[in-house]
Design a protein around this ligand. Structure first.
Ligand SMILES: [Ca+2]
Ligand SMILES: [Ca+2]
Ligand SMILES: [Ca+2]
Ligand SMILES: [Ca+2]
Length: 538
């Protein structure tokens, strides 16, 4: 009686404890979610044998009490290599009893009945794990789900992993132990249709001599789920490249392939399927995905993408080349010489050459696109001056009397490249010094672009009696001589005005004689010669 009372109190406590273990992390990847199975079925059980012995943290002497699982190691991941198929050749466990007996000789029901590796009861614990994969087609109504067990020595709990509980859940009504039925409660709310649900049993042994889980079967809506039909067909895929290649088959950014694996039988095993792959780098890149269904059939697929992320580059050549001062004096053509090491340049989207028009600083621009759609642009500024410098003479009176002064200035200007060199020179001096008659001066100027301009101007030097008289007055060192010579010139002019050519000739002859007489005296010899020449022109 006293034991019975203790057990009732412990049962109440265990229920409270169980509430807290809902959602316990079981350390496993979620099984397949997408592209779910089409046939209801359950895989054979697998076993994970753990021969470690743990201290029992649970003071209650109830076989399989939920408090004992606080000592249990984490549930092994679904693909942990320690899992072994149940069946006649399942692993043996070294133990003092039934040491040669397979751990779980029946893949459908487990059928574990081996000796305990513990010594005594209550103080030591040993845990054994079993897992099965339940494929439930989409659209299946799930009103009841349970794991029905028998001969559980000493207890067991159920954990479920699916898309709803990717980290696993251990429902409070998923425990069986002394004083409870050998079947879980209804776990329907923890199960998902349209995918593979992983069912894990953690079996605990807390007392020698036996260590048993005679039978474990999974029920859906009151019926034992049948073994999954043989699935010998590997998954198939429907790869979608994103972003899609352009019409020429090229991408200009990294590419992602979503493989879209589906499996018509047991469903794909997400933990063994590459869902998407992303390219890195450039060039022809082959992306590969492998995928396995729950039955272990494997498929693989590859997609080759062509990625070019690098824009074309150019090597512009200016023709004709600018001179040393950076100027051209004719229209300039730039050959851009675009190249592309990836997809190649798209000629229909590349300016191959550009030619300037007009003058000044002219910026020529070219854009170029490669086949993958990467665009580049470049500019070259050329300096064009086609206009020659302008030469201008100023201050030219046109006609100068012999005693006047000539002062003509010359300027060269260039509005674009500027004057580089010029022969432009001022013309200045006494009119007599240029000699009688018409004189033409000219000059050239070259700009920095190499254009040459020319300019010229003309003036005429004349003489009459008055201007020759003025010249005599400038030359003669003696005023009396100058006066005498001027009287002769004025007399000649008066005679000419009267039409008396003979008298005029006599007067000029007298002028010449006096000039000759004064050569080397009041006049220099050169002055005398020049005055005689000018008088002859009257
Ligand atoms: Ca036992
Ligand atoms: Ca398949
Ligand atoms: Ca490129
Ligand atoms: Ca110019």
């Amino acid at each position: 009686m006293r034991v019975a009372l203790l057990q009732r109190r412990a049962f109440a406590r265990a229920v409270v404890f169980a509430v807290f273990v809902i959602g316990a992390v079981v350390g496993s990847a979620a099984p397949a979610v997408a592209s779910g199975p089409t046939t209801l079925g359950v895989s054979g059980w697998q076993v994970y044998s753990n021969t470690n012995i743990f201290g029992n943290p649970d003071a209650l002497q109830i076989h399989g009490d939920p408090g004992e699982y606080a000592a249990a190691p984490a549930i092994p991941a679904q693909n942990d290599p320690g899992w072994a198929d149940c069946g006649p050749s399942s692993p043996l466990r070294s133990s003092p009893y039934n040491g040669t007996h397979p751990l779980c000789p029946n893949a459908t029901t487990i059928g574990m009945a081996v000796g305990s590796i513990l010594s005594g009861c209550w103080s030591q614990l040993n845990f054994t794990y079993f897992q099965a994969l339940v494929s439930i087609p989409a659209g299946t109504t799930i009103s009841q789900f349970s794991v029905n067990m028998s001969g559980a020595d000493d207890g067991a709990r159920i954990s479920l992993v699916n898309s709803q509980y990717p980290n696993g859940v251990t429902p409070s009504n998923g425990y069986i132990y002394q004083l409870t039925p050998q079947s879980t409660g209804n776990l329907a709310s923890y199960v998902a249709a349209g995918e593979v649900n992983r069912v894990v049993i953690t079996q605990v042994d807390d007392c020698a001599v036996g260590n048993n889980l005679n039978s474990a079967q999974i029920l859906l809506n009151g019926t034992v789920i049948p073994p999954a039909p043989a699935d010998t067909t590997p998954p198939t895929d429907n790869p979608v490249v994103s972003p899609a290649a352009n019409g020429a088959g090229w991408n200009n950014s990294d590419v992602t392939v979503n493989w879209n694996w589906t499996d018509s039988g047991s469903g794909i095993d997400l933990s063994h399927c590459t869902q998407s792959s992303a390219s890195t780098g450039e060039g022809a890149i082959t992306l590969t995905s492998t995928c396995q269904d729950i039955a272990g059939n494997q498929a693989s697929d590859s997609v080759t993408v062509h990625v070019d992320k690098t824009a074309p580059t150019d090597s512009p050549v200016v023709s004709p080349a600018a001179n040393g001062a950076g100027w051209n004096n004719s229209d300039v053509t730039v050959n851009w010489n675009w190249t592309d090491s990836g997809s190649g340049i798209d000629l229909s989207h590349c300016t191959q050459s550009s030619t300037s028009t007009g003058e000044g600083a002219i910026t020529l621009t070219s854009t170029c696109q490669d086949i993958a759609g990467n665009q580049a642009s470049d500019s070259v500024t050329v300096h064009v001056d086609k206009t020659a410098p302008v030469l201008a003479y100023s201050g030219n009176a046109g006609t100068y009397a012999a005693d006047q002064s000539v002062s003509i200035s010359c300027s060269a200007s260039d509005a674009l490249s500027g004057v580089a060199s010029s022969t432009c020179a001022a013309v200045s001096g006494p009119a007599w010094s240029f000699g009688l008659g018409t004189h033409t001066v000219s000059a050239t100027a070259t700009d920095n672009a190499g254009n040459t301009g020319t300019g010229s101007t003309s003036f005429t030097v004349t003489v009459d009696a008055n201007s020759l008289c003025a010249l005599v007055q400038q030359f003669s060192t003696k005023a009396g001589i100058a006066n005498s010579l001027c009287v002769k010139l004025q007399a000649a002019a008066a005679a000419a005005a009267r039409g008396q050519a003979k008298t005029e000739a006599n007067d000029l002859n007298a002028f010449d004689n006096e000039v000759a007489a004064q050569s080397g005296k009041a006049l220099t010899a050169d002055q005398a010669t020049l005055l005689a020449q000018f008088a002859a022109a009257l």
